[in-house]
Design a protein. Structure first.
Length: 213
């Protein structure tokens, strides 16, 4: 049985940048939970790593017009880790990065050729912990200007595609996976791509925020 997601106020038509900014303006600073809190959020889990989680950031890029979409990537099949999985452009924090936003923008330039000057940052979503790979991921939401261009870097990304923002606002769209290795993970329907794991969880948080404020 598919659990119902929370509903919220109806979005305007069209979904524009002003509406997105209004929805995300009330976001609190992205707090980093401590280790014990992380384990408490995962029933039955135990400390799976000898070291503390590593920090990472991803860019959640929104193309605002004419029909808003969230850009996603499918990681190159040649990569050692998470090859072929759907993700946002992003990666580990570099010691030279001033904050997660700089990490997300730097990685987006490297992976999809996105010029940081064409990204208007809207805010951050709650930190996402990946239990298996032990990352604390800060999702940074940005809206792309009309001048924005993107092109997949073959060594890192196989394809770039868009997920309609309107689909995120459908409370019946996300599904909770039951059974198997993905048990307890969220997934989003797409005709061509398998969207699950941390990426699906980040999309779910964005969807709830856009619906609930």
């Amino acid at each position: 049985m598919r659990p119902a997601c929370e509903t919220g106020t109806a979005p305007p038509a069209p979904l524009d940048e002003a509406w997105l900014r209004q929805r995300l303006a009330a976001l609190p600073p992205a707090a980093v939970p401590d280790w014990d809190t992380l384990l408490q959020r995962t029933p039955g889990s135990s400390r799976p790593h000898a070291r503390l989680p590593r920090h990472a950031a991803v860019l959640v890029p929104i193309v605002p017009a004419p029909e808003p979409v969230v850009l996603l990537t499918r990681r190159s099949a040649l990569l050692r880790h998470h090859s072929g999985q759907v993700s946002f452009p992003g990666g580990g924090l570099d010691p030279m990065d001033r904050d997660p936003a700089e990490t997300a923008l730097r990685e987006a330039r490297e992976e999809i050729g996105l010029d940081p000057a064409t990204v208007g940052l809207l805010g951050r979503l709650p930190v996402q912990w990946t239990h298996a790979s032990n990352f604390l991921i800060t999702p940074v939401v940005g809206v792309l200007s009309a001048e924005a261009r993107w092109l997949a870097a073959p060594a890192e990304v196989d394809i770039i595609f868009g997920m309609p923002l309107q689909q995120l606002l459908d409370p019946d769209a996300p599904r909770l996976i039951e059974g198997g290795l993905r048990h307890g993970s969220w997934s989003w329907p797409h005709p061509d791509h398998d969207i699950w794991g941390a990426t699906a969880a980040i999309l779910l948080r964005l969807a709830r925020i856009l619906r609930e404020f």
